[in-house]
Design a binder for this molecule. Structure first.
Ligand code: URA
Length: 424
């Protein structure tokens, strides 16, 4: 017989947990048999002692088994993308319809934002009428007819993770690579996609602040995917400065539409196409050129169908803010840095994000960047536009932005895609 206290002691003393112990403890915790304080102690022991790749694969498997697996009957190869979260990261919006227009199916079950990075569903909900909650039948139909679905993850996927994540949040055990990796991959594997591309971000606006941490997380994610039979690739990408020129909800949708119509900021286009290439390679469609498909307008057409299928009006005007505050360049020079974390926190304070899961977001809140690092700026010219419906939020946003913009003589050249890590 397995007892929770023995599992805790084994990990506390640096031992290796067996597959049987892991399956038991995760299942018993989900059913309420293992108490919150016992799981808290085990999570801390894992945080301090780590887990090897076999233990991580078993832990992920046990979290998947705590709930249902979506079984999608789809007439094309399925492939999904997951980002570890960044500021201005609206890439899912152009990427899902682009990859669908290239011939694969993208089942993207997403979450809402909490903290300084926005959630994909919050962004899409700024489109009038758009509906996040779909049944499994609706997901399957949309994947077969259009090829792309972005919708809310159902409560039945990896319930152990939902419970454990809430516990980690209040016990100082979030920042553990084995626990982060198993949390992300349990949800993605349960979603049933055959291939998965991970966008693992590094820099001030990311979860993993250094490239070394991000690389370790990326390798762990790829190992878990491979161990569970999901073809997995990870891209290590830069998140020191926001992606694109829009941070928020409606403003990010507008920027995604610009990209789908053949325009948009160069960094958003570059990352969308780079991720699409990796997804198409995993889907067995390496010969399709996503840049050409994007330029043809086919991805925009798929976007309109994807939005309309979920009751959204792709042509409707997006919500506009009641108040706009312009931040001007204080001096002449080159914008040498614009810190992603500060911009994320400022957008969040303007109302684009939420402090608690149940809070609403302001669809029109956010920040528009008039200049990106490397741009020459002139004193008095607009640098940032702060959008909000609640003007009393502006001082807090300005406080978050203090020191975030550096004007100098030059900006360092930074590669957006730093590395690609492929499964074997
Ligand atoms: N995102 C997740 O889904 N889980 C974590 O543990 C951290 C980030």
């Amino acid at each position: 017989m397995i007892a929770a206290v023995d599992v805790i002691r084994a990990k506390r003393d640096g031992g290796r947990l067996s597959e049987e112990q892991i399956a038991w403890v995760v299942d018993a915790y989900t059913r309420g048999v293992v108490a919150e304080e016992q799981m808290a102690a085990l999570a801390m022991a894992i945080f301090l002692r780590g887990m090897d790749s076999g233990e991580i694969a078993a832990w992920t498997g046990a979290m998947i088994d705590s709930g249902e697996r979506l079984s999608l009957t789809v007439n094309r190869p399925t492939v999904d993308k997951h980002s570890t979260g960044g500021v201005g990261d609206k890439i899912t919006l152009p990427l899902a319809p682009l990859v669908a227009a290239c011939g694969a199916a993208v089942p993207q079950l997403s979450g809402r934002g909490l903290g300084h990075t926005g959630g994909t569903l919050d962004k899409l909900e700024s489109i009038p009428g758009w509906r996040a909650a779909l049944s499994t039948d609706e997901i399957t139909r949309q994947l077969n007819e259009i090829g792309a679905v972005v919708c809310a993850a159902t409560d039945g996927l990896a319930p152990a993770d939902r419970k454990l994540y809430a516990l980690r949040d209040v016990t100082g055990t979030v920042e553990s690579i084995p626990l982060i990796a198993s949390s992300i991959m349990s949800k993605k594997i349960a979603e049933g996609s055959a291939g998965l591309v991970l966008d693992v971000k590094t820099g001030s606006g990311a979860f993993m602040k250094t490239p070394d941490q991000a690389r370790e997380l990326a390798r762990t994610l790829v190992e878990i995917g491979t161990a569970h039979g999901v073809a997995t690739t990870a891209l290590l990408t830069e998140m020191g400065t926001p992606l694109g020129r829009a941070v928020g909800n409606a403003v990010e949708v507008a920027e995604a539409v610009e990209v789908l119509r053949g325009g948009g900021p160069a960094d958003v286009v570059e990352l969308t196409v780079a991720l699409a290439r990796e997804m198409l390679a995993l889907a067995g469609l390496p010969e399709v050129d996503p840049a050409a498909v994007l330029a043809s307008g086919a991805a925009y057409e798929t976007w309109c169908r994807m939005i309309a299928a979920q009751d959204g009006d792709p042509e409707a005007p997006l919500p506009a803010p009641r108040h706009v505050h312009v931040v001007e360049a204080p001096e002449d020079g080159v914008l040498s840095a614009l810190d992603a974390y500060a911009v994320g926190v400022a957008a969040w304070r303007l109302g684009a994000g939420r402090a608690r899961r149940e809070d609403p977001v302001q669809h029109a809140a956010g920040i528009l960047l008039h200049a990106k690092p490397g741009a020459r700026v002139v004193a008095g010219e607009p640098l940032l536009e702060l959008h909000t419906d609640t003007p009393d939020a502006v001082p807090g946003a300005l406080e978050a932005l203090e020191g975030a913009m550096v004007i100098g003589e030059a900006a360092p050249e930074v590669a957006l895609v730093r590395e690609v890590i492929r499964g074997v």
